[in-house]
Design a protein around this ligand. Structure first.
Ligand code: M6R
Length: 633
């Protein structure tokens, strides 16, 4: 282990169009030069990674055996204005741009993080699941922590490894540390004891190396490196890397065997690089959903516990949100009812004051759901409820947002920045968090059996795989469907039970980015009016998972078909009966519990809206008249 050898015996190959599958959340960068100053290069690279997160930023360099650190909360330009991020000595350094998941966006939580001795600095992208346990253990050994982050434990674990054996090399100590970690990470570490090396490691979070004449680099993503060099190396899960200014070595963490890897030549434009080779952010974000869902499975248990305690104590629970987040609330009301036997009331935020403003009180709880945490209608509803002493719980993607400041307890959906105006990955992440909350509450209230709970939990763990499977097997079919129905003037989206929420969300996506008028409602309502709009060839999309609503929805399909509608179904594999009545269908995997079905079933609808917009020549990322965050009432 003490015998690290460096090698650069990789074959040069030309690769076009690499797609990196991962979720955006924090960006890391490392730079080690033969001569010159690293800080300005790190600063510029972080600017190019800002799309991955932008609530705090920091850099660390080493010069003449001393560690220099500058970091603060705020966007890179703001922090640079205050601290001059270029003005740091040394030809080696690391940097980080943050999207908070553990700990608020404060200076002390910004990366890099250091050990007690201030000799080791680390930047990290990912979530360490077992950090609380490690932190406690290290605190008992005398380590003092400066931040509330999960990352800081890694710096102290490395320090602890050195304490036990002072003759260790930095790479050995990092290796010992990462072996303790559960969760996802891409890290870059520097130490004053070995000021000529950067050590990196990766598990589930992206990491690449950049090779140039002037030095070597590591980064979360291609855009950071692109203007410096087009020669990159992918680092895989379970690998550890040592970089010097001239050479690099990759080893497997498990058995230390040396890895040889081809160098790739990237021919992307900077714009393509930010979208990781995808034509639009929306498609990139749709494809990121499995990774985002994996992140949601790493929530901090005590927040779920605390929130479920508040929900359990309340006399009435309102689920308050707008747009897509409202649809997540609607789905959640079925989850809470079916799993925890708790009645909850989904309310569109802009209606909350008129509908419940006078009755909401100290015994009410408002669970506000907002990706941005800034939506004016949602914040106004929450403020009205606060004035009447209701308990406010928040679910958001942005720690530090207004919603997190006014919530009694909040939880982060951990999906990373979403750039496309249409909410996609944030919807499925919200659903996963809400399902976990409902399960936690079910446990507290003892309403469903342990077997049922274990079954749903096991299925939830598999949901990321299911989502990837749906994308991989159905995307092309959905694209062709969009081509076929490109000129339809009106769509119906119909579901029953929890699939009503899926139907509403499918309609919203199609309307907002492809500008096609569409109706959505619980399928049972057809005969109470809307069916009069059906005439020959109107496409009706039915969401038909094999749950308790299947028989009834089959009846609704027949009603529509008899009146000339063109039937498109989202159907479970092998459900030949429903397929036999459909003009077109998309198949979803078997065995998805009804409470989780909106997660995979919404995927074809997101893709359908996306390809409809593309077919019609619209930019799905920038729909007319809309903004990502609606901060006016
Ligand atoms: O940030 P929020 O979740 O509060 O945003 C709510 C809505 O504005 C948002 O979901 C909007 O409907 C999206 N454009 C839907 O794709």
């Amino acid at each position: 282990m003490n015998n690290w050898k460096f090698c650069l015996k990789n074959v040069l190959t030309e690769i076009r169009g690499i797609k990196v599958k991962e979720n955006s959340m924090c960006g890391i960068f490392g730079c080690i030069l033969k001569t010159g100053t690293a800080a300005p290069i790190i600063h510029q690279a972080l600017k190019r990674l800002e799309y991955r997160g932008y609530d705090s930023v920091g850099e660390a360099t080493i010069h003449e055996g001393k560690l220099f650190i500058k970091k603060d909360s705020g966007k890179i330009d703001e922090v640079h204005k205050l601290h001059n991020l270029d003005d740091m000595p040394g030809s080696i350094g690391i940097g980080h741009t943050r999207w908070a998941t553990h700990g608020a966006p404060l200076k002390e939580n910004a990366h890099p993080h250091v050990d007690c001795g201030g000799q080791i600095a680390i930047v990290h992208n990912g979530v360490i699941e077992n950090f609380s346990q490690i932190k406690l253990e290290l605190e008992n050994k005398g380590h003092t922590f400066q931040s509330k982050t999960d990352t800081e434990v890694i710096a102290h674990l490395i320090e602890e490894a050195f304490k036990k054996n002072s003759s260790l090399r930095l790479a050995d100590a990092v290796l010992e540390a990462v072996k303790r970690l559960e969760g996802s990470y891409a890290i870059a570490v520097i130490s004053t004891n070995e000021p000529d090396k950067i050590v990196c490691a990766r598990n589930e979070s992206p990491l690449i190396l950049g090779l140039a004449e002037e030095g070597l680099y590591c980064a979360s993503d291609i855009p950071a490196i692109l203007p410096i060099t087009r020669r990159i190396i992918n680092v895989d899960d379970g690998e550890l890397v040592i970089l010097t200014a001239e050479e690099f070595e990759i080893r497997k963490i498990a058995d230390l065997s040396i890895v040889t890897r081809e160098i790739k030549i990237i021919d992307w434009t900077p714009e393509m690089a930010v979208k990781q080779g995808y034509p639009h952010f929306m498609l990139k974000e749709i494809r990121e959903q499995a990774a985002c869902l994996r992140n949601t499975l790493r929530l901090q248990e005590h927040y779920l516990d605390l929130m479920s305690t508040f929900l359990d104590r309340s006399k009435e629970v309102f689920l308050v949100a707008c747009g897509t987040s409202y649809h997540a609330c609607l789905a959640a009301s079925y989850m809470f009812s079916k799993l925890a036997y708790l009645a909850t009331y989904p309310v569109i935020a802009s209606e909350f004051v008129e509908q419940h403003g006078k009755s909401v009180n100290i015994d009410s709880t408002v669970l506000a759901v907002s990706q941005s945490g800034e939506t004016a209608d949602t914040i106004a509803a929450v403020n009205a409820a606060r004035l009447r002493a209701a308990t406010i719980l928040g679910l958001t993607n942005v720690i530090g947002s207004t919603l997190t400041r006014i919530s009694r307890v909040y939880i982060c959906q951990q999906s990373g920045p979403e750039i496309g105006v249409a909410a996609t990955k944030t919807f499925t992440s919200q659903l996963s968090v809400l399902a976990q909350l409902a399960l936690r509450l079910a446990k507290k209230r003892g309403k469903i059996s342990q077997d049922e709970m274990d079954y749903i939990e096991a299925k939830l763990k598999k949901i990321p795989e299911v989502v990837d499977l749906v994308i991989n097997t159905q995307e092309e079919k959905v694209r062709l469907l969009a081509r076929k129905y490109r000129d339809a003037k009106l769509f119906f989206f119909l579901g029953r039970g929890i699939s009503t929420a899926t139907a509403y969300e499918g309609r919203l996506k199609l309307m907002e980015i492809a500008y096609v008028p569409a109706l959505a409602f619980p399928a049972g309502e057809s005969k109470h009016g809307p069916i009069s709009l059906i005439e020959k060839g109107v496409p009706a999309i039915f969401i038909c998972p094999k749950d308790d609503t299947r028989k009834a929805i089959l009846g609704n399909i027949m009603e529509m078909k008899a009146r000339g509608a063109t039937i498109i179904t989202l159907v479970e594999e092998g459900d030949n009966e429903i397929k036999s009545f459909a003009d077109d269908y998309i198949e979803l995997p078997k065995g998805i519990p009804d409470v989780l079905s909106p997660i995979p079933y919404v995927i074809p609808l997101q893709l359908f809206a996306y390809y409809m917009a593309v077919e019609k020549g619209y930019d799905p990322d920038k729909p007319r008249n809309l903004a990502k965050s609606v901060t006016v009432q």
